[in-house]
Write a protein that binds this ligand. Structure first.
Ligand SMILES: [Zn+2]
Length: 156
């Protein structure tokens, strides 16, 4: 078993907004108006990635085209934040999958690694504002290595 092909697991890289490739990513919408609120929202997004087995991007602000995402998850309720109302309604009007926190917790946590397929206490990894699908520790280490390589490449 190798962990060298991590790139197939992470369509969710920080530059995804520019490349426009977020078709397999769920947008997590909620109150991100303060650092504490954003921390809570980011923690919730980890649950989203863990339970839906999809990369989950934390929406900071409302400047997102929801149609570029696989679906929208609302951190609390529709009326939890201005972002929830605006992006939630946009997604619904686009006939997209929109679920709220209650619905999310109907999904069970999957400890299977989304990369190598082993059941090994896999957990999502945060890359920029986006959580990957659940990955096991060896695959997460590989992800960090790949991310570091990309960061170096961008900086060069
Ligand atoms: Zn793995």
């Amino acid at each position: 078993m190798t962990h060298t092909d991590f790139t197939t697991l992470t369509p969710a890289q920080p530059n995804d907004e520019r490349s426009g490739d977020t078709s397999g990513v769920v947008l997590v919408v909620g109150d991100a108006s303060s650092p504490v609120a954003r921390e809570d929202l980011t923690a919730f997004a980890s649950d989203v990635a863990d339970r839906l087995q999809l990369p989950a991007k934390v929406a900071v602000g409302r400047d997102y085209d929801v149609k570029n995402f696989a679906g929208v998850v609302l951190a609390d309720t529709w009326l939890d934040s201005v972002s929830s109302v605006v992006l939630g309604i946009e997604a619904q009007e686009a006939d997209m999958c929109v679920i709220d926190a209650d619905m999310l917790y109907a999904y069970s946590i999957d400890t299977r690694c989304g990369h190598c397929g082993e059941y090994d206490d896999a957990a999502p990894v945060l890359v920029g504002n986006t959580w990957t699908t659940s990955v096991c520790a060896p695959c997460a280490a590989e992800a960090a290595r790949v991310a570091a390589t990309r960061t170096v490449a961008v900086a060069a």
